[in-house]
Design a protein around this ligand. Structure first.
Ligand SMILES: [Zn+2]
Length: 345
């Protein structure tokens, strides 16, 4: 028998989740730009018209206006609506799973932080420090609120995740932000962090393979462009006798494009194999002038003696959203998964 009160609470939790989700969209948009999340009124990004309260009704405004601005008809991305719906559904799932409890309160805070992690990582390829700190604070407080997960389980999990991540970061794909997030999650989840990690890596790998196929052509074109720039630059170094890789040696120049700006990481240059000093500023400058319209990626320029032999460019991918899904799923169902898994042994 489903209690009427439970349905009323469920509806309330869903609406509450969508309102929180709507607020999180503002946090995702404004905090990375260091803008206030309170003072500025919301407006259409196309026509600048100030939005009325009925234009900002979470989820439903977008659906009723069929994804268009009421004033100018410009298309509004469904993304905000998707995040609102995700928050609402996650909150409702947590209520169904936990009822009114500490687990539910933790779920509300945790899922809000994870939605910020996902949105900001997608936009800026970076998991903000404050998000990982927030998860870690939840984790430390969980030592006292949920003592049934013993303290050493949480610390052991953190240690194992730390070691695993050193390997994952070295293989590539994962960054320091992902590590910080998962360390905080280990404190919170204990052994349940492992199903979280498994789900996150699995989803990330599936997405990564699809993305790799889709981006292959663009990556090749940008590699070619970088190669042209690098070849001209290197020829200049040779002509001027200013700095080049010595006979019988090779080296790799490592760089990246971050927020649309190409940059070289000169500290990776093996100065022992270079004859003289190359004009570093010139290469950075010509890359910035010639490589435009590409947002995030990394490249390697392979040099052998008097030739730029190869350039390999690959677009960066985000892991934060997938790890977030894993953490949320594990907070909701991790103990069920663990029990099932232990039952198999
Ligand atoms: Zn408009």
């Amino acid at each position: 028998m489903i209690d009427v009160m439970q349905i009323v609470f469920g509806v309330f939790v869903f609406i509450f989740g969508s309102v929180i989700g709507s607020f999180l969209n503002v946090v995702i948009l404004r905090t990375p730009l260091k803008q206030s999340i309170i003072t500025e009124p919301s407006h259409c990004f196309s026509c600048g018209h100030r939005l009325a309260w009925y234009d900002m009704f979470p989820i439903f405004s977008w659906i009723f206006l069929r994804g268009k601005c009421r004033y100018c008809g410009a298309k509004v991305s469904p993304r905000d609506m998707i995040f609102e719906a995700a928050c609402a559904v996650l909150y409702l799932l947590a209520y169904i799973r936990f009822g009114l409890s500490w687990e539910l309160a933790y779920a509300f805070v945790l899922f809000a932080v994870l939605i910020c992690v996902s949105g900001i990582d997608i936009d800026h390829f970076e998991i903000p420090y404050w998000c990982s700190i927030a998860v870690a604070v939840l984790g430390v407080s969980a030592f006292f609120v949920f003592p049934e997960t013993v303290w050493y389980e949480r610390l052991i999990s953190m240690g194992v995740v730390g070691v695993l991540f050193v390997i994952l970061v070295l293989i590539g794909g994962m960054g320091g932000g992902d590590l910080q997030l998962m360390l905080g999650a280990s404190l919170l989840l204990g052994y349940r962090v492992f199903p979280a990690l498994f789900v996150g890596i699995l989803l990330g790998a599936i997405y990564g393979s699809v993305k790799k196929l889709r981006d292959r052509k663009a990556e090749k074109e940008i590699s070619e462009k970088i190669k042209e720039v690098a070849m001209d630059w290197y020829q200049e170094q040779l002509d001027r006798d200013s700095g080049y890789v010595s006979v019988g040696h090779d080296d790799i120049i490592v760089g990246g494009i971050s927020d649309g700006n190409p940059d070289i990481e000169w500290e990776f240059l093996d100065e022992n194999v270079w004859h003289g000093l190359p004009d570093k500023a010139a290469l950075s400058r010509t890359l910035r002038e010639n490589i435009t319209g590409e947002r995030e990626g990394g490249f390697k320029i392979y040099i052998k003696e008097d030739l730029v032999v190869k350039v390999k460019y690959s677009r960066r991918m985000v892991f934060g959203p997938f790890l977030s899904v894993g953490i949320a799923a594990s907070w909701l169902y991790g103990s069920i998964i663990m029990d099932w898994y232990i039952g198999l042994l």
